[in-house]
Design a protein around this ligand. Sequence first.
Ligand SMILES: [Zn+2]
Length: 473
Amino acid sequence: MRTIKIGSYRNTIAGLALALLSVGLVGAQTVITPSKNKYTPAQDVELGRQAAAEVEQQLPILRDGDVTSSVGAIGRRLVDVIPPELRHPEFRYSFQVVNVREINAFALPGGPMYLNRGMIQRAHTEGEAASVMAHEMSHVALRHGTAQATKATKYELGTLAGAVLGAIIGGRVGSAVSQGTEFGLGTAFLRFSREFEREADLLGSQIMARAGYDPREMANMFRTIEKERGSGVPQWLSAHPNPGHRYDYIMREAQMLQVQNPVRDTRAFEQMQARLNQMAPAPTTEEATRSKAGRGTSRSPEDRPELGPPGSVAPPSSRDTTYTEGNLFRVSVPSNWRELPGTNAVTFAPEGAYGTEGGQSVFTHGVQIGVARNETHDLRTATDEFVDSLAGGNPNLSRPSGYDRTSIGGRNGLHAALSNVSDATGQQERIEVFTILLRDGSLFYVLGVAPRDRASDYQKTFRRVVGSIRIIE
Ligand SMILES: [Zn+2]
C-alpha cells in the first residue's frame, strides 16, 4: 500500500501560513470543529489498519503503477492542505483503486482510502474525482468513524474491524440477512450521520480550494452520483446520506473560498482515465467479491458448511425463553432458538439455521433485534433508510410499497414484509421488518426471517416475539 507521510513541521507551518492567508482573504468560511471522541488517534489507526487488511483480502485492488501514482498525487495534494489543527501525526493517508464498477469510495479511520474505478471513470474532471477524495479525507481528519462510535455508548463495540468490513462487504453486497449482526456497528463506522456529512462536505470544499480545485466540482460530482439512482440508492449515498440542500450549501461555501494556485494541468488525470477506459470493464462489487471468494455464481452445499440441509431446521418451540439485552430491552423467543450476540444487534435462531457465508454471518430462520442510528427522528424516513441500507447492492430484496402500523413495547411502530433470495440457500425467503424509534432517536428494529414456504408458520412466531418485547430505556 502506498503510504504518504503527513504532519511534518514544514507542512504544518506551511499549512498555518495558508490558513492565516485564507482567513485574511475570505474570512467567512464555515468553521468545523471535531466532535467528542473517546478513542485515541492511535486507536483510529489500529482500527483502520485491521479493516484495511480485510478489505484488501476481499476487494480486488487494481495494481497498476500509473493509476496508483496518479491517484496518489491528487491525494497528496489534498493531504498537504489539511488544516494544521486536524492533522494527527499518527495518521497515514494512502490511496488505492478498487477494480469495481459502481461510483463509490470509502476511507477507514487513520487514513487508508479506497476509490472505486467506476468513480474515477465517471468523474467529468480531475476536480470531481478530487472532491470525493477531499470529502472522504475530511471524515478521516475529523475522526468521524470513532466519533460516531463514541455516541453509541449503550452497546458493546466488539470487533470493530470486522464490523467495518461488514458494512462495506455485507451492507452493500450481501443479502439483507448476511449483513447480520454487524449492521449496527457498520452504521457507527461507515454510515455517517447527516451532521457529519455536512461537515465533510464543508471541510472537503475548503481542502479542495486550498489544494487548487474549484469546490463547485464537489457539488457537480454529487449530482453525478445522484443520477446513479436507477437501481435504488447508489452505494456512496447509502454510506454518505444527503443532509439536504447539499448542492446549495456547497455552492454557498464555494463562494466564500478562494481557489489557491488553481490546478490547470490535468493531463495526467486524463491519461489515467483513458488507461482505465482501455482496460476490460470493471465487474460489479458483487461479482468481484464472489469470484474473489472462488464461489462463482452457482451455489453448492459446500458453500454453507455450518448451515444445516434444507428442511432440517426444527419448527419454533411453543415454549419461550426470556432474555434481557443490556440495559435496553427484554424479549421472549422460542426456547429452541439460540442467542447469537452481536454488537449493536442480537440474533436468535434455531440450530442449523445460522452460520457463515463468504465470511459473513447469515441466518435463514429466526429474528434479529438491533439498533440503527438515524438522524431524522422520523420513524417513516428512518425505516425507509434502514430498508435501503439492507437492500444496498442486493437487487433481490423487494422494497415495501407501504407499511402497516404495529407497536413494540407500547410504542407506535411500522411493519413491512419483504421478499428476498437468501444468500445462504439461494432460495426465496421472506423478511418481516418491525421498527420503532427510541428516545434518543435511534431506530430499534426486529427482522424476522424465514424461507418463503414456511413464512406463514413463522409469521405467528414473529408476532409473538415482537409482542413480548419490553423496552427498558
Ligand atoms: Zn460522507
